[in-house]
Design a protein around this ligand. Structure first.
Ligand code: F0G
Length: 383
């Protein structure tokens, strides 16, 4: 269990004040970049693409990168400041809470966790995770944005550690995604485009921040292009960037049910940081280096099914990235020769209920999903 493995290979870039003995390492990071199967690439008209499978992290999502760093910092506080009773709290669409609860239960008996979830809007697997880790689980009637208001109030008024991506240590840890990607491609990111599903916007912030850090240090000499992807049922960032630069005005949106449930967020807390880093990208790499595309619910679930049918293990948010790539191709924003790297942010098994609803044709009307017979044609289930 060498603490300098995984994301902590890059600790000089992420968290220089940390000491080895504070590091909480559960094997996060080093996730594979899996080249597209020839079948998937052929379906997409010869598109070059790959998935970075961040679902292969310990709690099965990219959140572990940030939690490893944030809980290492809490351990540092315990060691250096004598803190001995820390309550780690977060609002979550299911993955942040799974990761926070896991790392809290591992890091120290001086840390307890409490997570706030929108009732009925996380998958059974995601609900089982914090329960299994011994967290206090609070279900709030409403959506993620309502949970976020409650934890922000807690963080402003009480001595708690906020583990959402407002926590800078989370962002630092999640920058490791960019470092790993750059290393995988031998520090040559010319002709690469990274597709990222956007919810609370912490992930895309961290990824852009990581690439810019490497660029500023001369570790890479070209930035990849960044494509944020949002569902038409939760698209405040898309709406902002869809306007001409002078007309842009940010407004939260009311979310509607989404199969990319983990990204179903109407008022992303990290939106100001996205704007900050997007401007930096454009200043260095010009127009088109940062873009946001919008996809439909039907596109997202079919993206997931298409990827998985051709040998990948994509969650719905990975399907959202694939749908975003198809959309970007249709809009002429990317060519088949540019390599698209799709961020499969969680493991497919967390979101498998959405696949099964497609095959069983049981989607509630609010999703607006009608299964296509040619895709719904499953091998027969014999009991
Ligand atoms: N994909 C997955 C699997 C997620 O869990 C999330 C966010 C996103 C994409 C969007 O990333 O928020 O950084 O823009 N999940 C958070 C949670 C909100 O509470 O688990 P983001």
């Amino acid at each position: 269990n060498d603490p300098l493995r995984g994301i902590f290979r890059f600790y000089e870039l992420m968290a220089p004040v940390m000491d080895d003995k504070d590091i909480v390492f559960l094997g996060e990071g080093n996730t594979p970049i899996v080249q597209s199967s020839p079948q998937l690439s052929a379906e997409l008209d010869g598109q070059k693409l790959a998935f970075k499978n961040d679902g292969q992290n310990p709690s099965a999502s990219f959140k572990d990168r940030g939690m490893a760093c944030a809980f290492s910092f809490l351990n540092y506080l315990i060691r250096t400041q004598g803190a001995d009773d820390i309550l780690a709290v977060c609002a979550s669409t299911g993955d942040t809470s799974a990761a926070a609860a896991l790392y809290a239960s591992y890091a120290s008996d001086k840390i307890k966790s409490a997570v706030l979830l929108p009732q009925g809007k996380v998958t059974p697997q995601q609900l089982a995770q914090p329960l299994g880790s011994g967290a206090t689980v609070l279900e709030i009637p409403g959506v993620f944005d309502d949970c976020m208001k409650v934890v922000e109030h807690l963080a402003d008024n009480y001595q708690v550690a906020l583990l959402n991506s407002k926590n800078a240590w989370r962002i630092l840890g999640q920058e490791s995604y960019a470092f790993e990607l750059a290393q995988w491609y031998d520090w040559d990111l010319e002709g690469k485009a990274v597709f990222v599903p956007v919810g609370n916007a912490g992930n895309i912030t961290a990824i852009m921040s990581g690439f810019l850090k490497m660029y500023d240090l001369g570790i890479i000499t070209a930035l990849p292009r960044i494509f944020g992807v949002q569902s038409h049922h939760a698209d405040p960032v898309y709406r902002y960037y869809a306007e001409a630069p002078k007309k842009r005005k940010y407004a939260p949106v009311e979310v509607e049910p989404s199969v990319a449930q983990a990204a179903m967020i109407g008022n992303p807390v990290s939106f100001p940081r996205v704007r900050y880093f997007a401007e930096k990208f454009e200043a260095i790499a010009g127009e088109g280096s940062f873009q946001v595309v919008q996809v439909s619910e039907q596109d997202i679930i079919e993206g997931m099914l298409l990827a998985n049918r051709h040998g990948h293990i994509s969650c719905t948010q990975g399907g959202e990235c694939l749908a975003g790539l198809v959309k970007a191709r249709q809009l002429g924003l990317i060519s088949a020769d540019e390599t698209a790297i799709l961020d499969a942010t969680a493991h497919m098994l967390k979101f498998i209920g959405f696949q099964n609803m497609y095959y069983e044709n049981t989607y509630p009307a609010e999703y607006g999903i009608t299964p296509k017979p040619e895709l719904a044609n499953m091998p027969e289930l014999v009991i």
